[in-house]
Write a protein that binds this ligand. Sequence first.
Ligand SMILES: Nc1ncnc2c1ncn2[C@@H]1O[C@H](COP(=O)(O)OP(=O)(O)OP(=O)(O)O)[C@@H](O)[C@H]1O
Length: 213
Amino acid sequence: MNIFLKNIVPAPLIGKVFEEHSIWNHACCFNAGEYYLIEAQSGEGKSSLMAFLYGLRFDYSGVIMLDDVSIQSLSLSNWIAYRQSKIAAVFQTLSLFDGLTLMENIQVKNELTAFKTEKEVDEMLGTLGVLAHKNQKVGTLSMGQKQRVAIVRALCQPFEWILLDEPFSHLDQINTGLALQLILDACAAQNAGLILTSLGDELEAYPLKTLRL
Ligand SMILES: Nc1ncnc2c1ncn2[C@@H]1O[C@H](COP(=O)(O)OP(=O)(O)OP(=O)(O)O)[C@@H](O)[C@H]1O
């Protein structure tokens, strides 16, 4: 599935002048199966773009197409279907349940999708260094640990695109590399694409196409 943006401008940024290569107010295509890094400073609209692509916000001008379907035309049941099998996401809020354990948070999703075996979930948690915390309440985990739980949970579903809004902001360089590699492997296994936002340039060494807002 290709994602086309045609002259998108978030309502809060209307009236601002954008650079020639900006995504905002220009035509832009995210090609199916490719990996994109959106680099921008705070307040330039990274979270807004992710919310638009996931159908959480519609306060923008312009058109967003998923192949030949305008996302403005999707019903709630269409969105549910897209989010179940086509678009996975990790937002900055993470949306974890603090009162549940790490593993319960993941099983809430994986029991619905049955996408990963328990062994596969354990392997992903082990790769990201949080397996020892599987029975700990999420409310007591560090922010970096919570980010890794949210990433593993997002991978517990089929997808054509995964949207990640500053998913490594609390991770050190080594854990960032491990998490990104896990995500890239999951994308490669499904020929899925990735759109990742970042404040800085710490991900420029990875095989991602960098775009500016
Ligand atoms: N719901 C909203 N209503 C009004 N203004 C908003 C809304 N959401 C975001 N904005 C404004 O739109 C601009 C972009 O916000 P956004 O959260 O997308 O930025 P960001 O690039 O993700 O920032 P950060 O890196 O700090 O998370 C900001 O000026 C923000 O104040």
